[in-house]
Design a protein around this ligand. Structure first.
Ligand code: HEC
Length: 148
């Protein structure tokens, strides 16, 4: 059993590393065409920017002592929004999406005994965790959302 788990871990590492190692050696021509396309932000990129703005607003409300009351239903689009990188929507992405939506929903759970600042930071930390797996660029920006 232990061996099986070890093999699985190895495969996961192998897979994620392969993706990363491959990137720089892609033929430049194709890469350029791809970058050109990205001037039009994907549906997912737009959703992400909206999630950023919404969470900034939630943070400001919390700091002002207001209780956030309405879970932004648009966040559910994370399951369907079209992405720049078509390989992106895999099992890891789906499970991070679910963990994220649950954490974000917790912010609006009025019965929770956990302080709202902590619930908010939990959700932001899931943003960061998912980004660590595939899209590290926006992480410094996302970290600014955390309530200190
Ligand atoms: C399930 C994984 C996942 C979660 C959770 C997640 N992101 Fe993202 N994020 C991505 C991916 C993948 C992209 C690239 C999207 C694309 O280019 O199509 C992205 C892109 C972004 C971008 C850049 C958008 C642009 O203009 O290119 C920002 C900003 C961002 N995310 C912020 C956030 C914030 C804030 C949260 C939490 C509220 C969050 N993300 C949660 C995966 C995730």
């Amino acid at each position: 059993m232990k061996q099986l788990i070890a093999i699985c871990c190895f495969l996961v590492v192998l897979f994620s590393c392969q993706n990363k190692v491959e990137e720089p050696v892609e033929p430049t021509e194709e890469k350029e065409a791809f970058v050109y396309d990205m001037y039009e932000p994907s549906e997912m990129a737009n959703l992400m920017n909206q999630m950023y703005a919404d969470n900034l607003k939630i943070k400001q409300d919390i700091l002002a002592g207001k209780t956030p009351t309405e879970f932004p239903m648009d966040f559910m689009k994370i399951h369907t929004a079209e992405m720049t990188d078509l390989k992106g929507r895999n099992e890891v992405f789906e499970s991070f999406s679910n963990v994220f939506l649950n954490a974000e929903r917790e912010i609006f759970n009025e019965d929770s005994e956990v302080p709202v600042e902590e619930r908010f930071n939990n959700a932001v930390n899931v943003c960061i965790s998912c980004h660590q797996t595939e899209c590290t660029g926006p992480i410094p920006r996302i970290k600014k959302l955390l309530i200190k």
